[in-house]
Design a protein around this ligand. Structure first.
Ligand SMILES: [Zn+2]
Length: 631
């Protein structure tokens, strides 16, 4: 059995936001789950580079478009690596293999007379890179991009005979109810198909950026027709027939709900025209809103996934997005809610269980647990949870899969409360019972970690190591390792708390600001004594460097008159590191240390934070020596 899974490819005119990351994370969970079941899995992601927006952005920056795309690829890959996205292949639509596939497919459709020349006249939303009908516009604007004025386009174009495939598409939908999921998207598309289909323009005239049509070289392929072909191009369409037959058709396209029409109407019709089999399933996921608002770069309501991952690491973010959002529906992210779920699920629940089990194993059994007769009920709960997990994951109900894993955690915590190992430890007669209880809770943790491996890959590997499972994490198999084991010995390892409880005041300042209401309540006045608790001092920057993988943070070494210390400051968007060396700054000297992107920061550099602008460092109009107090 093999499983070929893809995500949408992304425009590279800006960095990925949390909504983009959501799609990649959930697809990664599915890919990792398939590998856990032992299936040969191929997970494809990539970048969509032939967009006019990408071209414009490159020109604005005075860059060659391809050089700009190269640079953006590095930025995207860095984010995906930070989030532990395990794609097997990453395609760029400027690659030769993609160009070959696009031209081959376009030529095949042309030869079948499914592509013909005509006159196009109508609205075009540049942000969507899509033609819009009058009825699609709200107050003359694209509803997804209310700040962008659509363009009226009139040109000689090539059209794809989409209308011809309407009946075959309807039949395919009827015969394959699984083709488009969830059901709500399927119903939307069925209504659209029943309303009839119009032919679509598949070329743009007079543009330089794109793939020329093989039969009309002065036209480039319309970016959507171009982009969809990536799924076939990546596995060898037009370049490696043997490989293409091995992986095509794709088992699953994961896409956002706003582009299901392209994937379940246009793309299947293109494949039908080319005589190729259709993907088995398209899953249209919902959106992650930020504080109730749709995340959008143009609306200024977007969140950088790197900043979120910097808070507690990638795994807690992955868990939040998978467990808290019913997959297929919309969800919401707020910093408060995120912190709350982190404390409940990870610090207090799973993390606490890991700490308790290793502490009890060490105290009562020298960290060595031997198999003893099982605890009965805990075994049953765990096995039922594994079964629920499997059913949920097979059906892309990722949130239910995550919940099933946490049912084992809850049951294990209850089991400890009921069996009171600390009381059993007091009586030698209870020693066999204590052996059984400790072994069972360790086994429950092992099973939990196996189930969480696709969702929280690093944490799962760490928990497995701590409960003495030496299977290399990539070799785990659900059939074998997802069963309750009542044999063998366990060497339990104690380690630092996996997820220390989050304290309110450690949330980075710029993150809290995003949620501050427009009109904050009047700030209460403080006394001079309160103010004097804050130790502001002059310091001189000795060294400055960028913090890897962060676009906001700089790591500074400052001289405070009595010592040198490291401070991480969120000023990278406004200052180059080399501009800062030798500069005098004002710091909060008595702030508790905090870790930002893995670097311990001892203090804070003061800067004016302008609404929507860049931070501006506080300075003096004359030289002031380091160490001087500011008040
Ligand atoms: Zn639009």
């Amino acid at each position: 059995m093999s499983f070929y899974i893809t995500t949408a490819i992304d425009y590279v005119n800006s960095r990925p936001h949390l909504g983009t990351a959501y799609e990649k994370i959930t697809a990664d969970v599915i890919a990792r789950y398939r590998r856990l079941t032992g299936e040969a899995t191929h997970f494809l992601m990539g970048n969509d580079e032939h967009s006019q927006n990408v071209y414009k952005r490159a020109i604005e920056r005075g860059m060659d478009p391809l050089a700009y795309c190269d640079q953006m690829e590095q930025e995207f890959r860095a984010v995906w690596s930070q989030l532990d996205i395990s794609f097997d292949d990453f395609i760029r639509t400027t690659e030769p293999r993609h160009r070959t596939a696009v031209q081959a497919l376009a030529q095949t459709c042309f030869d079948k007379v499914d592509i013909y020349e005509g006159q196009y006249e109508g609205w075009y939303c540049v942000s969507c890179e899509a033609f819009k009908q009058e009825k699609d516009l709200v107050d003359g604007k694209c509803p997804l991009h209310p700040t962008v004025t659509p363009e009226w386009i009139r040109e000689r174009n090539y059209f794809f005979r989409l209308s011809k495939y309407r009946d075959r598409l309807l039949r395919h939908f009827a015969e394959h109810p699984e083709f488009l999921q969830p059901a709500v998207r399927r119903n939307e598309m069925l209504r659209l198909l029943e309303g009839g289909l119009e032919d679509i323009s598949v070329s743009r005239a007079g543009q330089l950026w794109g793939i020329p049509l093989p039969f009309a070289q002065d036209n480039v392929v319309y970016v959507w027709f171009d982009a969809l072909i990536n799924y076939a191009a990546a596995v060898g369409y037009g370049t490696d027939q043997a490989r293409f037959s091995q992986w095509w058709p794709a088992n699953l396209h994961i896409v956002g709900k706003d582009i299901t029409r392209f994937h379940t109407v246009v793309w299947p019709a293109m494949l039908m025209s080319a005589g190729l089999p259709l993907p088995r399933q398209v899953f249209g996921h919902g959106w992650v809103n930020f504080g109730g608002q749709r995340m959008s770069k143009s609306l200024g309501t977007s969140l950088d996934p790197s900043d979120v991952a910097a808070r507690f690491g990638a795994d807690p973010l992955r868990l939040y997005l998978v467990k808290e959002i019913s997959y297929g529906g919309d969800g919401d992210f707020t910093w408060d809610r995120y912190e709350e779920r982190y404390n409940v699920d990870l610090a207090n629940n799973l993390g606490n269980l890991v700490s308790r089990v290793s502490a009890m194993a060490e105290t009562y059994r020298g960290s060595r647990l031997v198999a003893a007769s099982g605890g009965g009920r805990l075994t049953q709960v765990a096995e039922a949870a594994v079964a629920r997990y499997r059913t949920a994951m097979e059906a892309c109900a990722l949130h239910e899969g995550a919940a099933a894993a946490f049912q084992i955690v809850d049951a294990a915590n209850e089991f400890i409360a009921e069996t009171t190992p600390w009381a059993l430890a007091k009586s030698p007669a209870d020693a066999p019972r204590l052996d059984a209880v400790l072994f069972d809770v360790a086994e429950a943790l092992r099973l939990t970690a196996v189930l969480l491996r696709p969702i929280m890959p690093r944490s799962a590997a760490e928990i497995l190591a701590r409960v003495g499972d030496r299977t290399p994490p990539d070799n785990l198999r659900l059939d074998r390792d997802g069963r309750w084991r009542a044999e063998g010995e366990r060497e339990i390892t104690k380690g630092a708390a996996l997820w220390p409880r989050a304290e309110e005041d450690k949330v980075p300042r710029e993150h809290k600001m995003d949620e501050t209401p427009a009109a904050p309540p009047e700030t209460p006045r403080i006394s001079i004594d309160d103010f004097m608790k804050v130790e502001l001092r002059v310091a001189k920057v000795i060294e400055a460097e960028a913090v890897p993988k962060s676009k906001k943070l700089l790591k500074l070494t400052v001289e405070t008159g009595t010592e040198r210390r490291t401070i991480v400051a969120g000023i990278a968007e406004a200052y180059q590191p080399e501009q800062l060396v030798g500069r005098t700054v004002v710091i909060v000297a008595n702030l508790q240390p905090a870790k930002l992107m893995g670097v311990e920061s001892n203090g804070m550099v003061l800067a004016a934070s302008l609404d929507g602008g860049r931070p501006m460092l506080v300075g003096f109009d004359q030289d002031v020596p380091p160490g001087a107090r500011v008040r």
